[in-house]
Write a protein that binds this ligand. Structure first.
Ligand SMILES: [Zn+2]
Ligand SMILES: [Zn+2]
Length: 239
């Protein structure tokens, strides 16, 4: 956090240096990212990403959208508009926040987007099948996504029973866990642990972590088997 000198913000452990939450999902043929937060440009540079087929959005909050302008580098190299997948609520925010990309007369060098509206129906990006899972961020509906054996859920503090069933059977689930103390719109670490146990998913990673949770090494050592804190640059492979 800007201006903070707590033990996490001043830690020399790289796993305590957390940028905004986002993931990249890759098959042999397709590469997509879920969300483009304000750190998107640096994340792409850091991971040396050269090709991106699509962006899939979870919800319209700024920490998940703000970096979209920088997809123009991918437009430049691919000479194609970027495929963007968003629900109608997020689409509204995209059209407002990036109005210039949707203008009738476009000036050169702006991001080129090919907007696809998603609903709760499963959809496919390239050769990656995706099942949306509706989760609640206080009163805002947020999209979680299941990719085969892997489920990614950020920014939620409640999931209805019918949607929970879509997570069951995953090998790995990623859940947001902001901190230990209660929060109005995010799961606490305890709530995320309980949910992973309830759904009997053998491996859980926690993300969207606040500096208030504490140091990575300390919290990681408190977690039981199969439970982990995610960290920037973490790679998971599925066969
Ligand atoms: Zn701090
Ligand atoms: Zn967020």
């Amino acid at each position: 956090m800007i201006g903070c000198d707590c033990e996490v913000c001043t830690s020399t452990d790289k796993k305590d240096n957390r940028l905004r939450s986002s993931i990249m999902v890759q098959s042999p043929k397709t590469t997509l990212v879920v969300d483009t937060g304000p750190d998107f440009r640096y994340q792409m540079l850091r991971q040396k990403v050269k090709h991106l087929d699509a962006v899939v959005f979870t919800h319209p909050h700024k920490d998940h959208l703000a970096g979209l302008d920088d997809i123009k580098a991918f437009n430049y190299f691919s000479k194609k508009p970027m495929n963007v997948f968003a629900d109608s609520l997020t689409e509204e925010a995209l059209r407002r926040d990036f109005y210039y990309a949707f203008a009738d007369t476009k000036y050169p060098g702006i991001p080129e987007l090919n907007l696809n509206t998603i609903t709760m129906d499963p959809f496919v990006v390239g050769d990656i099948p995706i099942t949306p899972i509706l989760v609640w961020h206080l009163k805002m509906p947020v999209m979680g996504f299941r990719f085969g054996k892997f489920t990614y859920i950020t920014d939620a503090n409640k999931i209805d029973d019918t949607e929970k069933e879509k997570i069951r059977g995953s090998e790995v689930v990623v859940l947001n866990a902001l901190r230990k103390q209660a929060h109005i719109s995010h799961f606490t670490l305890g709530e995320a642990i309980d949910l992973a146990k309830e759904l009997q998913v053998p491996t859980a990673y926690f993300t969207h972590i606040s500096h208030q949770l504490g140091r990575h090494a300390e919290i990681e050592s408190e977690l039981s088997e199969g439970m982990h804190l995610a960290y920037d640059g973490l790679v998971l492979k599925f066969s």
